[in-house]
Design a protein around this ligand. Structure first.
Ligand code: SF4
Length: 324
């Protein structure tokens, strides 16, 4: 019996690609990848209905190098999709060799994404990964060159499909036929495709040399303001975000909150210039329930030491000018 490694995002296409191969009696090991930008939740949900084992591979370190400087550039946001696909296929290929699998497959559909799923890009990605010929895309296989497992008779090409383009009609029909009702929306899942997150990440890449996982985690929380070349401030928008900011606070950070009124937590990672404290205090007052027209008491804490100062709220114009 042939066996294959499937790159499972958890979306409908990867579920269908797996079902097509399972119909041919092929044994599947699902793999998915995780980084601070995307996780394995959707894949975990998918394998529960596919009844295949799942291996979750953390590629954070290598992936972040790509985000900083992708060889093939970014998509619409800070998403280096072509480089990312190459990296994922390389990792899958390493597993294929080490554990003697016959081939790798993905749920990619020709022409579904104009930049990363046109014929040229699919072939280039396969070539660059070093596993060209061993990468099967069951949903579009009949429109692509024959792969080694098809040539060797491990996969029946006649039972693969010729789907292409952005319409999802055929996938939905197939899902109905297989009785698959539970699949996530194809959009979302990778923060690098989110315009607001991408803006913040671009700002971080521009202003900070050494970036740690915590810096990425912080990008997911609150409103972000750039105060100067080396200082930014993050302000929680609701209770859970305030709690998350406190969880993520490190030694050396400044935490600011308004005294006596409900209001946000403001966090200045690694920062302490006096000017940044004053403007952060005024932002904090602005987003609190305190009156906006009088100076308000603000508490500042750094490494266990507390200070108190008074600050008026900053104007809406200043907020707009500083927000990332
Ligand atoms: S959307 Fe994100 S996870 Fe998907 S290929 Fe692009 S960078 Fe990679």
């Amino acid at each position: 019996m042939a066996n294959a490694i499937g790159l499972i995002s958890g979306g409908l296409d990867s579920i269908l690609a797996t079902r097509l191969l399972q119909d041919q009696g092929i044994e599947v090991l699902a793999i998915c990848f995780q980084t601070p930008f995307f996780d394995s939740q959707k894949a975990q949900r998918a394998v529960a209905q596919l009844r295949v084992p799942l291996r979750i591979i953390d590629i954070s370190e290598d992936h972040f190098q790509l985000v900083r400087g992708p060889k093939y550039g970014y998509g619409k946001n800070v998403n280096p999709c072509i480089d990312c696909h190459i990296l994922m296929l390389k990792r899958a290929g390493y597993l294929l060799k080490r554990e003697n699998f016959d081939f790798i497959f993905t749920g990619e559909v020709l022409g579904q994404r104009p930049m990363s799923q046109n014929k040229q890009a699919l072939q280039m990605v396969a070539r660059e990964s070093g596993y060209e010929g061993l990468i099967l895309r069951p949903l579009s296989a009949k429109l692509l060159p024959e792969t080694v497992p098809e040539r060797e008779g491990k996969v029946d090409r006649g039972r693969l499909l010729d789907i292409q383009g952005r319409s999802r009609k055929r996938q939905f029909e197939l899902a109905k036929r297989y009785g698959i009702g539970d699949f996530p929306d194809p959009a979302g899942g990778c923060l690098l495709t989110d315009p607001a997150f991408s803006r913040r990440l671009r700002d971080l890449l521009t202003h900070q040399g050494e970036i740690q996982v915590r810096d990425i985690e912080l990008l997911r929380v609150g409103r972000h303001f750039r105060l100067d070349e080396s200082t930014k401030v993050i302000i929680g928008r609701r209770k859970e975000e305030n709690e998350r900011l406190l969880e993520l606070a490190h030694e050396g950070d400044v935490v600011i909150k308004v005294e006596g009124y409900p209001g946000p937590i403001a966090l200045i990672p690694r920062g302490f210039p006096k000017a940044s404290i004053e403007i952060t205090a005024s932002l904090c007052v602005r987003y609190s329930d305190a009156p906006n027209n009088i100076p308000i008491g603000v508490l500042l804490e750094k490494d266990g030491r507390e200070e108190r100062l008074e600050s008026p709220a900053c104007s809406q114009d200043i907020c707009q000018a500083l927000i990332i």
